[in-house]
Design a protein around this ligand. Sequence first.
Ligand code: GP9
Ligand code: MN
Length: 409
Amino acid sequence: DGSELADIDNYVRAGYARPDKEMFGVAKDKNLIIVSLESLQNFVINSEVNGQEITPFLNDFIGESYYFDQFYHQTQQGKTSDSEFIMDNSLYPLNRGAVFFTHSGNEFESMTEKLGENGYYTSAMHANNKSFWNRDIMYDSLGYDRYYSLPDYDVTEENSVNWGMKDIPFFEQSVEHMKQMPQPFSTKMITLTNHYPFTLDEEDKLIDPYTSHDGTVNRYFQTVRYMDEAVKNFIADLKESGLYDNSVIVMYGDHYGISENHNKAMSQYLGKDITPFVSTQLQQVPLIIHVPGEEGKTISKVSGQIDLKPTIMHLLGIDTKKDIQFGSDLFSDEHEDLAILRDGRFISKDYVYAGEKCWNKKTEEKTDMKFCEPFKERVNNELEYSDKIIYGDLLRFYGETEYRDDDES
Ligand code: GP9
Ligand code: MN
């Protein structure tokens, strides 16, 4: 039955952050363009390799956007699909397997579905086989009106590399699709070029590789640089099409690109040991939100992909007070500085729990467990609640229950 959902609802309710009055609805009825930036970690932002900027365009763009510099991916084995799941549902992915495969038949209360109910034409765009990650099935469950996949793109030998279509032509052709969409629309674009093993055609290598004994890390900087160029062209195309001024653009890294197998080269690049603390901080991915007419600023709240749904919905003026969600609005004063990674590591305002130790963020050294202890039970509960929803398909009962009778706040 739905009684378990009532417990979970109480928990979710207690964590609800009331939206900021100024920001709620600031982008009402604007289009929503979400860009999933493949394997983009935050450490490359405002950094250099061989004396050259790795993300020159994004470094500028964050100056005219909201940039969240303490934002973590929360994915597990489902990689890109996990990030999509988190973003759309504000639920955690599973610790094993990919929800996109294991629970595509569940009932969801997705952001996409709610956008549809609010008059948006909703789609996803990704130049890959539609069944990859079971997306075709899962997108139906999540309520997408349309999935622009491989057959919707002109993919050739020339415009492909590595896993498939290069990001630059992908963005170009995607803007053409956007021009045809009924407005307001919401679309999620998934890039591909900056994917392991990070290979590029010669003409797309815009900077020199890094120099370590680890080719993967060396090439990563170059493919990130290419992706940055692709985003630059994309924004220019949006401006030219007139879409830029009436669209909210949300860009974020889907998950890490450099795994722990590459700690040696990463240690060389960062100039420090890759402790469990550093390894956890490397799970930061950039989150960039551009809102037309807003100057933006850098926001250093500790946050994660789980926060995307309420943040985006509130910008568009869509209420989430009654939603079962584990994230909270990043523009709200009531947002709590806490990011929970799927494997149980967590990051609070001042501490990181990793490798079963508590770490002080300032000193980057181990500290007394008493500083992390107060969060531990809460973190495990939260992950367990999220799992229960998925395993029990509990959102089936959403809406039938009477537990939400009060309507204050
Ligand atoms: C494939 C793309 C990459 O369609 O999303 O998948 P990943 O390996 O990053 O999950
Ligand atoms: Mn990915």
